[in-house]
Design a binder for this molecule. Sequence first.
Ligand SMILES: Nc1ncnc2c1ncn2[C@@H]1O[C@H](COP(=O)(O)OP(=O)(O)O)[C@@H](O)[C@H]1O
Ligand SMILES: [Mg+2]
Length: 599
Amino acid sequence: MKALEGVRKTWRTAATLVSLAFSAAPGRAVVAIVTELLGAILTLVASYQIQNVVQAAATGDRAHALRAGLTLAFTGGLGGLSYLAYAQALPRLIEAITVHLDGELVRLTARIPTLEYADRPVHADKIQLIRSQSQMLAGGLQAVMLNVRMLVTLGGAFVILIGIDPWLALLPIFAIPRALAGQRARRLQVRAQEATAEPMRLRGHIFNHATSPVAGKELRIFGLGAELAKRYRDISATTRHLNVRANWGGAIWSSLGDMAFTLGCVAAVAWLVFRAAQGAVNPGGVVLAATLTTGLIIQMTFALQFAQYFQAIMTTVERYEWLVDFSNTAAQAVTGEAAAPTILRRGLKVEGVCFTYLDRDKPVLTDVSLELPAGRVIALVGENGSGKSTLVKLLCGFYPPSAGRILADDTDLADIQPAAWRERISGAFQDFTNFEVAMHESVGLGDLPRLGDRDRVTAALGRAGAADLATLGEHGLEVMLGKKWGGVDLSGGQWQKLALGRALMREQPLLVVFDEPAAALDASAEHDLFERFAAEARSGQSGGRATLLISHRFSTVRMADAIAVLDAGRIAEFGSHEALMRAGGKYAELFEIQASAYR
Ligand SMILES: Nc1ncnc2c1ncn2[C@@H]1O[C@H](COP(=O)(O)OP(=O)(O)O)[C@@H](O)[C@H]1O
Ligand SMILES: [Mg+2]
């Protein structure tokens, strides 16, 4: 049963690899497969000719010798040509598969409408693994073809051998200990791989820490360099030990198997020599059989190595198939088909929303109800971890609420197509991205259809309080960002202003979220910025837009139309700054603490 499952898995893997090759570059795939098979057949034909050559030489028949020699030369030449075509097609095929695969990985991950996969370490790990092994997947087709070639030559050689002497049909019996020993060796290898996977990952993690520029300051201050190097070496010692043991074990088993098979081959040749002495087999047949059996020994060794390689590919292919499935399921799970409203008349309404992350058992949000009226600015405050960013993620549709619902006017967010909703929101976040492209693009990406519109970028940068960035270098907005690309590097605050500019690119968003987007700016700069945003949000032209603002600075928060205080996932207080101050609750207390610090 288990063996059958193995065969089925092997077939599936091979089919996936072949279909990947055909989607990536059908022409090159055909050339590679045809030339590979042709090569296998020609090898067989050529070795079969050896019999004729020897026979002709033994009998002294010139015409026969000439014919056999010419056929041998012809098959050899054709074989050489087909190999040439193969060698030309293969690297380009592998390149095409790599490009195709990378594209598929981007497509498959990007179309997952929610963030869940990125938040689950298991999934993120798997996707990372597929990415790092895409080269291996690309080379997988080569392994499949080599296996096919091996099967063809092995099968062909076997048929020829039986033709020479039927007793040679017993030869595969000697291959059985060989295969068993090979399996044993492979199992040792797999076990070592599994045992070292975790330490290897940790080792990689340590290496990244030790060499990342971000960690550089702390590494130096706390003198962690030597400690990290020591841990790296310790882990390497353990993994090396495990690998060496597995390699030795594998080598011993493999050579035992080899010996059994070689013995069988020697016995076969001895038997043929004996039969030739009896006159039952001709000398040509003996030479042919000797050549083929020697070839078999070499082929079997290759076959074993490829089986090991294939095993590794199979795991990667399985992961890839998992991603395809996961992505399909995630894309199908989204049922919303409605369009987003053109304009918000009343606003967004969060109704009794609860939320628990998949890998947590405690809810992060409990029975949250909140209105975000159109044309108003609502601020959200609360301690770290109180669930503010989680609420933002739900509003953006990255996760569905575990209970309750979010309405855009009268339409449930769950009924709106995720892509349609995303097109109508905008936002700047604490964990923003540094897009290292030309500066105008880094901002312009906030409204893809209008990428390249310098005027809009200039305006957005101005509104984000970053007009000065446009005159940073002589190239203005064209300046390339990022040292890696020979561009300029920006400070944390400057990057943040670009992210803010990006959030201001879309002309008619229904929802704008600012989730601590200005933490790297000083308090007065943040205050000025949000004063402007608030004025924009309330002005007639953006009447159809709800704005949510999260900040730890009460000087900023107080200008919101209403403030919600989130405490351990529940709305504890709600009202205007004045009302909350009068109420003398948590908000008033926190405000006083911060205000007194500034006095
Ligand atoms: N992707 C996630 N998976 C699991 N738990 C998370 C995830 N993101 C945040 N949390 C947890 O949810 C709680 C609320 O986090 P968050 O909404 O980011 O708080 P805030 O923005 O108010 O600081 C925290 O306990 C945090 O650890
Ligand atoms: Mg947060």
